[in-house]
Write a protein that binds this ligand. Structure first.
Ligand code: PYC
Length: 331
């Protein structure tokens, strides 16, 4: 049997975004968070086939579009990635919103605004459409907060590293330059991937943060390496490690949210401040601490992220059951 998926391929500030518009499985549950569980348990071959080689690659990432389950949302996004199904993904939200609007796949109730149901909660997007093109999308992300600070982990063959953990839709280990790590230019991107694999494993062995409102969101999945900006318009630079071999080419939406929550908790950022984040390839997100709130007793921020995305093509992808690599592979 041959399964056919209609996809729109593109990239957000350099990071791939594959949006699945047809062929995806029907999912059961009362929310996108439930859909995520059903998908992971019963349909994960779709993600593997569309994300891994030979149809994807180590950095591949995307979104499957679903009707929302919430009456206050226009559309639902299920994130698919080489690592699994993220609760939330910033670059994919910017990408999927751009393509869905440009291709007329959704009818927002309020023009210029899209209310999106994600597994991590409601995310809003604002965009302007000029002659059929969306120039930029600003997403208003879920509540983001600092989970823990000044933790220390011993990394085999490397030594001690101090890090913070913050949540911005995923849990991030945030690492700044320090005695054992000289910054982003001290190693090649592939060396950074190797180091990140060891660091995340060591961190996962000692701690597992759990979201206070949804225990299905847990564990440090991403490592954010931080450094000074190169571009004079930016406040800071970062490289986020995800999956098994990927460094985000974009400045990372959920990572930027986590970083702003950390800087807010430290007093470096305050409500209303802008924060321009630079990626490893020099692309920029214009971020802002929009407002402040609480999740139970935890102080949190509501961040926004502004970025752009471009379609690179339409892709009809087949997954043929006779193909030995129907579910992809990773080297
Ligand atoms: O933009 O949130 C993001 C993201 C997560 C992993 C890759 N990009």
């Amino acid at each position: 049997m041959r399964h056919t998926f209609s996809c729109i391929d593109g990239h957000t500030c350099g990071n791939p975004c594959r949006v699945v518009t047809g062929g995806a499985p029907e999912l059961t549950g009362e929310s996108l968070a439930d859909f995520r569980q059903d998908f992971l348990q019963n349909h994960d071959w779709v993600r593997q086939g569309l994300m891994f080689e030979p149809r994807g690659h180590d950095v591949m990432s995307g979104v499957i579009l679903y009707p929302p389950t919430r009456s206050d949302c226009d559309i639902g996004y299920l994130f698919i990635e080489t690592s699994g199904c993220l609760p939330m993904c910033g670059h994919d939200t910017i990408g999927a919103t751009t393509y869905a609007i440009e291709e007329g796949l959704v009818s927002p109730r309020v023009p210029g605004k899209l209310a999106i149901e994600t597994p991590a909660g409601r995310v809003d997007a604002e965009y302007s459409l000029t002659e059929g093109h969306v120039e930029e999308v600003r997403i208003f992300n879920v509540a983001s907060y600092l989970h823990a600070s000044d933790l220390v982990v011993e990394v085999e063959g490397f030594g001690k590293l101090t890090f913070d953990i913050a949540y911005g839709g995923n849990f991030y280990a945030i690492i700044e330059p320090q005695e054992n790590w000289a910054g982003l230019d001290a190693q090649s991107p592939s060396e950074l991937v190797g180091l990140s694999q060891k660091v995340r494993k060591a961190i996962q062995e000692v701690t597992e943060p759990v979201h206070p409102e949804d225990s299905r969101i847990k564990g440090v999945s991403h490592v954010m390496w931080c450094d000074k900006a190169i571009n004079e318009k930016a406040d800071a630079r970062n490289a986020v490690f995800y999956g098994d071999k990927a460094i985000d080419r974009s400045p990372c939406g959920t990572g930027s949210s986590a970083r702003m929550a950390q800087l807010f908790a430290r007093g470096t950022l305050k409500c209303g401040d802008q924060f321009v984040h630079e990626s490893i390839i020099g692309t920029l997100y214009n971020c802002k601490v929009e407002s402040v709130g609480k999740i139970g007793e935890i102080l949190c921020i509501y961040p926004s992220i502004g970025g752009w995305s471009r379609i690179t093509g339409h892709n009809t992808i087949y997954i043929d059951d006779r193909d030995p690599f129907a579910h992809g592979f990773q080297l």
